[in-house]
Design a protein around this ligand. Structure first.
Ligand SMILES: Cc1cc2nc3c(=O)[nH]c(=O)nc-3n(C[C@H](O)[C@H](O)[C@H](O)COP(=O)(O)OP(=O)(O)OC[C@H]3O[C@@H](n4cnc5c(N)ncnc54)[C@H](O)[C@@H]3O)c2cc1C
Ligand code: SF4
Ligand code: SF4
Length: 371
């Protein structure tokens, strides 16, 4: 997918030691030498190869976005801010139990359960948001109760794709994967790679909107003494101007000013170009100010088919998304791209050198500072 495939030593030098690793998990479990130690992805021993899958799959190594657009959508993306899509609506799970178990409208959980019930998926790779000591963990699930155990969001980066690699190695077919935009990008790079990844066996990709994620080690350290980590069952970031993160347990809720935790945001999120998981089949996020609805972006025919079936079966309902909200989403996504490009150019000192991003010239110019 990039210009040049390199090896694990390059991955270590260019990505891991520079803190550009997103903790997506794509390089974990494909060889015996790359592991997750506590919450960090590390190369425990140099294997000596000079061209490796680990480098090729990584969402922070050279990535030709136009080639991925062609592979996934069969055409260039017409929308620089939001990527390719068929429609954008609001949606929520019809079942109020699913809505209350879920982060917002419960659409991700409802669709995961429905796709398994119809046989479109055999299983779903999800992130269990609140694992031991508040650390998110990955779960390959195949039943509705298991899906609901993974509902809600933890804003901590988690190497979920390691679980996918393990499942693919065991020959599992038709897995649905739910992930952040960097995880979706890595998964598409795996599908596009000339290396064998078995990622073509993934049956559906549901992407989550994402502005940033926190590092487990630093954030959990900060929380110690403020709240019992094992009891947290919900995190939320209410829309501006609140500027807080709320943390909820069965008995209490605490508010943390976002300015106090910005230092725990993973450095790589500052160069992240994608807010809405542009390469997913379906992307899902919040609707600012409406707690129990999701914004739903249907991107591929496969995603569209699932949504139509789910509506027909009474699993989800949809409503039009107001134009003002759509404009706001488009602007937020475009601003994230501009911030990423500005951060990258401040490091490379060359507006044509966008590190991992290979962009069309016309798009690159629109995103330059001052454009
Ligand atoms: C790190 C992060 C940042 C986000 N930032 C934004 C944002 O800026 N704007 C916005 O609109 N939405 C954001 N979201 C998405 C939002 O929080 C909801 O996940 C989304 O709207 C789906 O809601 P739902 O009610 O359908 O979720 P649910 O039905 O509750 O499903 C949520 C799914 O999220 C998965 N999940 C939980 N934690 C993680 C994690 N750490 N990594 C990967 N997957 C996870 C679970 O597997 C679960 O299946 C973010 C999510 C994450 C994980
Ligand atoms: S593939 Fe993912 S986990 Fe591995 S180095 Fe790259 S970003 Fe980190
Ligand atoms: S901001 Fe980008 S790099 Fe950071 S977790 Fe979200 S998708 Fe991944």
């Amino acid at each position: 997918m990039g210009e040049q495939i390199k090896g694990p030593l390059d991955l270590e030098r260019e990505i891991l030691t520079q803190q550009w690793c997103t903790s997506c998990g794509a390089c974990v479990g494909i060889c015996p030498y790359i592991k997750v130690v506590k919450d960090k992805v590390v190369i425990i021993e140099a294997c000596g190869i000079t061209e490796g899958k680990c480098y090729d799959f990584c969402p922070r190594t050279s990535t030709d976005l136009a080639a991925l657009e062609q592979m996934v959508f069969g055409k260039p993306s017409p929308d620089l801010a939001l990527g390719s899509y068929i429609s954008i609506e609001m949606a929520q799970a019809e079942d109020s139990n699913v809505r209350s178990a879920g982060q917002y409208g419960g659409v991700v959980s409802a669709l995961s359960m429905f796709a398994m019930a119809t046989g479109e998926l055999s299983s779903a790779l999800l992130t269990r948001p609140f694992g031991k000591a508040f650390m998110p963990g990955r779960d390959l699930v195949s039943s509705s109760p298991e899906v609901l155990q993974c509902a809600r969001s933890n804003y901590i980066a988690s190497p979920t794709l390691a679980g996918m690699n393990q499942a693919l190695k065991q020959g599992t077919n038709k897995i649905g994967v739910v992930g952040t935009p960097c995880q979706v990008l890595a998964l598409r790079k795996m599908q596009a790679s000339s290396f064998d990844s078995s990622a073509e066996k993934v049956g559906l990709i549901i992407g989550l909107f994402c502005t940033w994620a926190l590092s487990y080690r630093e954030f959990s350290q900060y929380l110690k003494g403020k709240v019992d980590l094992a009891l947290i069952n919900r995190l939320d970031i209410p829309p501006p101007p609140s500027n807080i993160l709320t943390l909820t347990t069965e008995t209490t809720s605490i508010e943390i000013p976002l300015d106090e935790i910005r230092e725990f945001i993973k450095p790589t999120c500052r160069i992240c170009f994608d807010m809405t998981a542009e390469f997913a089949d379906i992307s899902v996020g919040m609707v600012e100010g409406i707690d129990d609805w999701n914004t739903l972006i249907i991107r591929t025919e496969q995603g569209e088919g699932l949504i139509q079936e789910a509506k027909k079966a009474g699993v989800i309902r949809t409503e039009p998304l107001e134009k003002a909200r759509l404009d706001h989403l488009r602007d937020a996504s475009f601003q994230k791209k501009k911030r990423a490009v500005a951060e990258i150019v401040s490091r490379t000192k060359d507006e044509k050198d966008l590190m991992y991003l290979r962009l069309k010239d016309e798009d690159r110019k629109k995103l330059q500072p001052g454009a």
